[in-house]
Ligand binder design. Structure first.
Ligand code: HEM
Ligand SMILES: [Ca+2]
Ligand SMILES: [Ca+2]
Length: 333
């Protein structure tokens, strides 16, 4: 085990003594380059509780917020780092990652402000937006019937957007399975973990523009004909009007439950995106799809494991980043 660059300029990496895993040094956790469980226990003891309260309230008002927090974790962490770069808006010379085509359909960002305000009123400038991204996803998963996941905290927020890299770093809905697997592999997520994580598509929706290539001019042979008829009713035109907000739910049976219905649907050719359906035809992924489809407990276990790896991708700790006052903007003082 290592504790990351002790001196980034020299790129030195020190071995971490085993005891460092168990002993907590108040206040210097992040300086070691490490995340830790309950990082805010001294600086803001109710931080995790406040986030959970807010996520729960929001879920009761707008159920799909919980879905959004899960997608946020993916789109933030896969783009360089879990550093809340995703949350920066286009202003003050910054181009938002949200303006990328890859972010289309993302919603509910305005409610991150609600969560952050609740934290700021109890512990000003203490809890990072990156940790809000991680913990809101964790709490969203639990509210949607998924597992309770233990997640470390102590991430700092980036001082920049990585909008220029979004196109390259987030896979496309019609990429090949081998490119998707290697993209996930590059952030430490193995094939089994990738099959589990895509199970996030067991909730939420997909807009027609991501589906029409599988429906028109001819129906993709890997799509169940009955389901194709349904999708054509949802998406009647091969060239959807962007203003019309046409979409289909990802999972018709349990649209608001994070469960293995996604994997069951793949086995009956009812995957929505091309990448979804490919999981059931690629020999590298099919055995995991079958196993997850037949065992929800196994799916949830693998999903938890992969969410933790995703949430720990390349965090910024120490002085490299900051704690944003407002998640939408870099601090300006
Ligand atoms: C190859 C990887 C992936 C691709 C290409 C992909 C692509 C997409 C696309 C095109 C949509 C539909 C957006 C829309 O039309 O509104 C979507 C929705 C969604 N994705 Fe993914 N995704 C991938 C992996 C993931 C992962 C790993 C997660 C989380 C762990 C995730 C979570 C979600 C969620 C929750 C939604 C529903 C959003 C909503 O209803 O607002 N996706 N994804
Ligand atoms: Ca990021
Ligand atoms: Ca479901």
């Amino acid at each position: 085990m290592t504790i990351g660059p002790a001196c980034p300029a020299l790129n030195l990496t020190l071995p971490r003594p085993d005891w460092a895993v168990f002993i907590k040094f108040p206040g210097i956790g992040a300086a070691t380059g490490d995340l830790q469980l309950d990082y805010y226990s001294d600086s803001c003891p109710r931080a995790e509780e406040i986030i959970k309260e807010q996520v729960t309230n929001l879920y009761h008002k707008h159920g799909n917020t919980a879905v959004s927090w899960i997608r946020n974790l993916f789109h933030d962490c896969i783009v360089k780092s879990c550093d809340a770069s995703l949350l920066l808006e286009t202003k003050y010379g910054i181009l938002s990652e949200q303006s990328s085509e890859k972010s289309s359909g993302m919603r509910n960002f305005k409610y991150i402000v609600t969560i952050k305000e609740a934290l700021e009123s109890e512990c000003p400038l203490t809890v990072s937006c990156a940790d809000i991204v991680a913990l809101s996803a964790r709490d969203g998963v639990a509210l949607l019937g998924g597992p309770q996941i233990a997640m470390k905290t102590g991430r700092k927020d980036s001082k920049e957007s990585h909008a220029a890299e979004v196109e390259e770093l987030i896979p496309n809905h019609n990429d090949t399975m081998s490119s998707v697997l290697s993209r996930f592999q590059s952030v430490g997520i193995d094939t089994e973990g990738t099959v589990a994580l895509l199970g996030a598509h067991s909730v939420g929706r997909t807009h027609c523009k991501n589906l029409v290539a599988r429906l028109y001019p001819t129906v993709d042979p890997s799509l169940d004909p009955g389901h194709a008829e349904y999708l054509k009713r949802r998406c009647p035109s091969p060239d959807p009007d962007p203003a019309a907000v046409e979409y289909s739910r990802n999972d018709l049976q349990t649209p608001m439950v994070l469960d293995n219905m996604y994997h069951k649907n793949l086995l009956s050719n009812k995957g929505l995106l091309s990448v979804d359906q490919q999981l059931a035809s690629d020999p590298a992924t099919l055995p995991f799809v079958e196993k997850m489809a037949s065992d929800n407990g196994y799916f949830l276990e693998q999903f938890s494991r992969a969410m933790v790896v995703l949430s720990e991708n390349n965090p910024i700790t120490g002085d490299e980043g900051e704690i944003r006052r407002d998640c939408r903007y870099v601090n300006r003082d």
